[in-house]
Design a protein around this ligand. Structure first.
Ligand code: SAM
Length: 288
C-alpha cells in the first residue's frame, strides 16, 4: 500500500471508498510526510514498544507506527473506516484495530494483553473535541504509560505547557504537569491536514513521571482545590476556594494562605503546582 502521507494517495483511498468526512468525529487527516516522520521521531518509538494510537483514520500514521514499533493497537470510533484500515494496513501483522470509542475502552486490559502490563506509548493526531477527557482519562486511570505524543489544537498545547503568569494557565496545565513533563515539539499549520481545520495545531510530548514532582496527601482533594481556585478567575483565591464546597471555613483558608506567606488578596492563577500541593495539604488537615 502506498504511503498515505502523500496527498494524492490519501485522495485515491478516499475516492475508492467514497468516504465522507464526519465533523462530529473531528476528522482531519494528516497529509504531510515531514510532520508524520517528525511525530515518529519525537515519540521515541523503538522496535520493543507497544503503541496505542487513538483515532487512526484511514491509517496514515498507523503505517509509520507499524514500521517502527513491535505492536500497534489502533482504536477508531468510526465503523466506516474499519474496512479502509483493513486495506491500508494489510501489509502489517503487528497491528490490532479496535472499533470502539476510546473513552469506553479498557486500556489497562490492552496493556495487560499486548504488553504484559508494562508501560505503553500513546501516539495520536487527536480528535480535538475530546482532547481533555482523553488525556485526563489516561492519567487518572493510572494506565501504565511511558509517554503521550499527540497532535492537539495549538492553544491546548500552550495551556498544557505554561506556568503561572500566562493567560493560558489553568486546571489543565496543573493536572498535566502533576503527571508528566510537557514539551511542545512542533507547530503544525492547517494545510498539513485534509480537510483543513480552522485552528493551528501543535505536537506535544508528555513524558510520564515515575513519581509525582510534588508531595500531596490526597490527590483528589488537591484537584478539587485547583478547580475551585480557577472557577472564577477574577475572584481572589479565598473567594474562589469558598465557592468550592471543600469543607473548610474562610478562616481556615485565610490562615493557610498566611502560613504560606502569600498575600491575602492573591489569585489562584498566581500559585505554582508546588504551592497548590502545600495549600491542599494544609487545608486537608482543617477538614472536620
Ligand atoms: N490519525 C489519522 C490521521 O492523522 O490522519 C486521523 C486523525 S483525526 C484528527 C481523528 C480520528 O479520531 C478520526 O479518525 C476519528 O474518527 C477518530 N475518533 C474521533 N472520536 C473518537 C473516539 N471517541 N474514539 C476513537 N476514535 C475517535
Amino acid at each position: 500500500m502506498a504511503t498515505l502521507g502523500i496527498p494524492a494517495n490519501t485522495i485515491a483511498v478516499l475516492q475508492k471508498y467514497n468516504f465522507n468526512f464526519q465533523k462530529k468525529f473531528g476528522q482531519n487527516f494528516l497529509i504531510d510526510t515531514y510532520v508524520l516522520e517528525n511525530i515518529i521521531e519525537e515519540s521515541q518509538i523503538s522496535s520493543d514498544d507497544c503503541v496505542l494510537e487513538i483515532g487512526p483514520g484511514i491509517g496514515t500514521m498507523t503505517q509509520y507506527l507499524c514500521e517502527n514499533a513491535r505492536q500497534v493497537i489502533a482504536v477508531e470510533i468510526d465503523k466506516t473506516l474499519i474496512p479502509i484500515l483493513q486495506d491500508t494496513l494489510s501489509e502489517y501483522d503487528n497491528v490490532k484495530v479496535i472499533n470502539e470509542d476510546i473513552l469506553k475502552v479498557n486500556i489497562n486490559q490492552i496493556c495487560e494483553e499486548y504488553n504484559q502490563g508494562k508501560p505503553i506509548k500513546v501516539v495520536a493526531n487527536l480528535p480535538y473535541y475530546i482532547t481533555t477527557p482523553i488525556i485526563m482519562g489516561l492519567f487518572e486511570s493510572h494506565v501504565p504509560l511511558e509517554s503521550i505524543t499527540i497532535m492537539v489544537q495549538k492553544e491546548v498545547a500552550d495551556r498544557m505547557q505554561c506556568g503561572p503568569g500566562s493567560k493560558d494557565y489553568g486546571a489543565l496545565s496543573l493536572a498535566v504537569q502533576y503527571y508528566a513533563k510537557p514539551e511542545i515539539v512542533q507547530q503544525v499549520p492547517p494545510n498539513c491536514f485534509m480537510p483543513r481545520p480552522n485552528v493551528g495545531s501543535a505536537v506535544i510530548r508528555l513524558t510520564r513521571y515515575s513519581e509525582p514532582p510534588v508531595e500531596v496527601t490526597d490527590e483528589a482533594f488537591m484537584f478539587r482545590v485547583i478547580r475551585a481556585s480557577f472557577n472564577q478567575r477574577r475572584k481572589t483565591l479565598v473567594n474562589g476556594l469558598m465557592s468550592g464546597s471543600l469543607g473548610v471555613t474562610k478562616e481556615d483558608i485565610q490562615e493557610a494562605i498566611a502560613e504560606m506567606e502569600l498575600s491575602p488578596t492573591i489569585r489562584g492563577e498566581a500559585l505554582t503546582l508546588e504551592q497548590f500541593a502545600q495549600l491542599s495539604n494544609i487545608l486537608l488537615k482543617c477538614r472536620s
